[in-house]
Design a protein around this ligand. Structure first.
Ligand code: ADP
Ligand code: ZN
Length: 735
């Protein structure tokens, strides 16, 4: 993007400057530049807002809209803060416009660590100053300190005290006597440079060709989108590592976005093997110090490679030269609170603004990317085979109508048999069920009363290990009641349906000798626990892994040869626009965990509808046909990616207010060719955290720019303070 005048020109004393604050305001505010101060676009400043002083970013020259007498002066320029690069500023504006969010809300994501704006305080150490003079008191303790420092190297006080076996008081006293002195210790760069010339793995011909293409894209140094489309285990990671290496060789920063960074220990290990160092990591589990170090290093261009979750897209890279979006189809890339954005789509925008290549990697590309590839907007690199001749697993559907599990059981006879065979062969199995807890529903056998969340329109999920019933939406938690509140029956509650905990119980009954591990967000608190569990599985300490979608992502378990999908139909419920696509992607990915190495794998899908085209496509392996049918259906219905959607969720603690606002919005809905407004209707989650929710959906054809239409629409309706309207451009959730 062209740097506008303001970014080159200094804005001097006496002039007006517009400053964007990291707050959900309509836009930047104008201030006066005090005499003697010069500002440039992207610099951090402190400005007054009402009684407060806030941190903001110089957005450009001020406008002439406000009476000069009313303008307040800028308080201070943060001299030691790195400024936000032009590409980041442009990106903030772009994302705000596209997602219909206040620009300040987007800016807040780019300046999420205010502490990083101050330079890190240098560490202080002690070094040798002088020898004790004759007659000066020399205790054994003091002598040990002097001996340690005599080598000339400065020590951290804590290390010195420990090594010399003295207390901090001794050091202070010696400092006072002038025997030792304080110095600033040089700080090591927080992130080493990756060793790009370390020999990587020897690539297969297909891999080498794909890597060469990607290097070519980097050499061109212009915007391009490449879809790296390869079956699970084909070595996509190895291939895009070569693109990362090339980017670093060219002296620019590379960003890799992963959907589930908390589980990325294995990925980091592979990166370290390839490059001899660990990259900067960015996700929500970092400590404040880690965040500060990473943010500052990235802003100063001292973090050559960054791997992170979607929010890493908003970091202040001064010279980004490549983005890789791994598992680009993953729904975790869509952020659904605050600024609603899709990180894959916004990553493409970031690459376009920064004029560099982006790689989208997947074994099951999203329909969006698939269509962009077939229409020639994206290039495709194809890796059709697993590495080293490993076979893709054989996938078979088990028809639950014919192969019924025993009463109150969930594993069908063929699956139980396969588990037993796998155990006998000394191999591992994975039981996949995307349901946390023990049972998704608890009901009274006396009257049919179902235990629901008081704040949400959902059933409470029993977590037997924790001894609680939980709402997965608002976190409400309660003990299981002994008496039914509606009929008074005692101890009549029954668990309905399985969660992973219940499967573990069943496994214990049918294969008591199998060692199992449950892998869900309930059993894994953080990256360290995940790493430990993954290690124990790889080391063969576990025979059967029972897990939710957490296990589906990225892992390589060499001895895993059987995948059992307990309820393949689960994701098809609910009639979501992408239900079939997502189910296909998720089950394909889970299936891809089987037989990634020498031993062939097999996958059993338990389903009530084996004829469903998702099951049929999985069993036949005909992905492209599945995508073609899916695409044709979406096109006929004018649905994304052929049409555009904007979701509006109106919510209020007061049901009447929610209804009134929803009706008012419906009444003033935009009309016009190619535009349709559906609703209002109660949201499927009609009650969430105590708020009543109503939905409207704007549907438009592809050519329509929906943002101005929606902005004008919202401006026509007065929204009372007791209601909230949430706008979701390109919605992925319809709950
Ligand atoms: P994908 O990302 O396509 O699922 P990976 O990059 O994870 O595939 O590769 C699958 C497995 O094969 C990994 O264990 C990886 O280390 C191994 N592998 C892939 N390519 C090579 C290669 N050229 N040489 C050695 N091992 C490879
Ligand atoms: Zn709830």
């Amino acid at each position: 993007m062209m740097a506008d005048d303001a970014s080159i020109q200094a804005i001097g004393g006496g002039a007006r400057v517009s400053v964007l604050l990291p707050l959900p305001l309509a836009g930047p505010y104008d201030y006066l530049v005090p005499e003697g101060m010069t500002l440039r676009r992207g610099e951090f400043v402190v400005v007054p807002l009402g009684p407060r002083e806030l941190l903001g970013v110089v957005w450009g020259k001020g406008t002439e809209d406000v009476d000069e007498a009313k303008l307040k002066p800028v308080v201070e320029r943060l001299e030691e803060a790195p400024s936000l690069p032009e590409a980041v500023l442009g990106f903030v504006d772009w994302v705000a416009t596209y997602t219909l969010s206040p620009p300040g809300a987007v800016l807040r994501m780019a300046m999420s660590v205010p502490a990083a704006l101050m330079p890190p305080r240098p560490a202080i150490g002690y070094r040798f100053a002088r020898m004790p003079e004759p007659g000066e008191r020399v205790t054994p303790q003091r002598r040990r300190v002097t001996e340690l420092l005599a080598g000339g190297v400065a020590w951290l006080p804590s290390d010195l005290a420990r090594e010399a076996g003295v207390g901090a008081g001794v050091l202070k006293a010696m400092e006072k006597d002038g025997l030792i002195e304080r110095v600033e210790l040089p700080s090591a760069p927080p992130f080493e440079a990756p060793d790009v010339d370390r020999p990587g793995r020897i690539l297969s011909d297909d891999q080498a060709a794909a890597a060469a293409e990607l290097r070519q894209r980097l050499a061109e140094g212009v915007f391009s989108v490449t879809l790296l489309d390869g079956v699970t285990g084909s070595g996509k990671t190895e291939v895009y590592f070569e693109a990362v290496a090339e980017c670093v060789r060219r002296g620019r920063q590379a960003l890799v976005l992963l959907p589930e960074i908390a589980l990325s220990a294995e990925w980091l290990g592979r990166f370290e093997t390839r490059f001899g160092m660990r990259p900067a990591v960015w996700h929500s589990d970092l400590t404040q110090t880690e965040r500060r170090t990473a943010w500052r290093a990235i802003a100063e261009g001292k973090a050559p490679v960054v791997v992170g979750a979607r929010s890493a897209l908003f970091l202040p890279y001064p010279d980004l030269g490549l983005i890789v979006v791994d598992e680009e189809h993953d729904p975790a890339f869509k952020q659904e609170d605050g600024v609603h954005y899709h990180a894959r789509d916004m990553a493409v925008v970031r690459a376009r603004l920064g004029r560099f290549p982006i790689v989208l990697s997947s074994a099951t590309p999203s329909l969006e990317s698939h269509v962009n590839e077939t229409t020639g907007r994206y290039r495709r690199l194809h890796l059709p085979d697993r590495h080293a001749g490993a076979q893709l697993p054989e996938i078979r559907a088990i028809d639950l109508r014919r192969e019924k599990p025993a009463s109150q059981r969930f594993l069908s006879p063929p699956l139980v048999q396969a588990l037993a065979e796998t155990l006998a062969a000394g191999e591992q199995s994975l039981l996949f069920l995307n349901r946390r807890g023990y049972a998704p529903l608890t009901l009274c056998r006396g009257c049919g009363n179902r235990l629901a969340c008081p704040n949400c329109s959902t059933w409470l999920v029993e977590h037997r290990l924790a001894g609680r019933l939980q709402c997965h939406h608002c976190g409400h938690s309660a003990r299981r009641p002994s008496v039914c509140a509606s009929c008074g029956a005692e101890d009549a509650f029954a668990a309905c349906g399985p969660g992973v905990e219940r499967l573990a119980e069943e496994l214990l009954a049918v294969l008591p000798e199998a060692r199992f591990a449950v892998m869900t967000s309930d059993t894994i608190g953080g990256p360290a626990q995940a790493e430990e569990l993954v290690r124990s599985i790889r080391d063969g300490e576990v025979d059967v892994v029972i897990g939710t979608q957490m296990v589906a992502k990225g892992h390589n378990f060499p001895k895993l040869t059987l995948v059992g999908v307990v309820d393949a139909d689960l994701g098809l419920e609910g009639g979501d626009l992408r239900a079939a696509e997502r189910t296909y992607q998720l089950l394909h990915q889970v299936a891809g965990r089987a037989g990634r190495h020498v031993r062939p794998g097999r996958v059993l899908l338990q389903t009530w509808q084996p004829e469903n085209r998702v099951m049929a496509a999985l069993a036949s392996g005909d992905r492209d046909r599945f995508l073609a049918v899916e695409a044709a259906e979406r096109e006929a219905a004018g649905m994304p990616p052929y049409g555009r959607l904007v979701g509006l969720v109106i919510s209020s603690h007061d049901q009447q207010v929610a209804d009134t606002v929803a009706r008012a919005l419906a009444k003033s809905a935009p009309r016009g060719e190619g535009i349709q407004v559906l609703g209002p209707a109660p949201a499927p989650l009609a009650l969430l955290r105590g708020r009543h929710r109503r939905r409207l959906l704007l549907k438009a054809d592809r050519a329509t720019r929906v943002q101005p239409i929606v902005a004008e629409w919202l401006a026509r309706v007065k929204i009372p303070g007791t209601a909230r309207v949430q706008v979701d451009v390109d919605p992925y959730s319809f709950l």
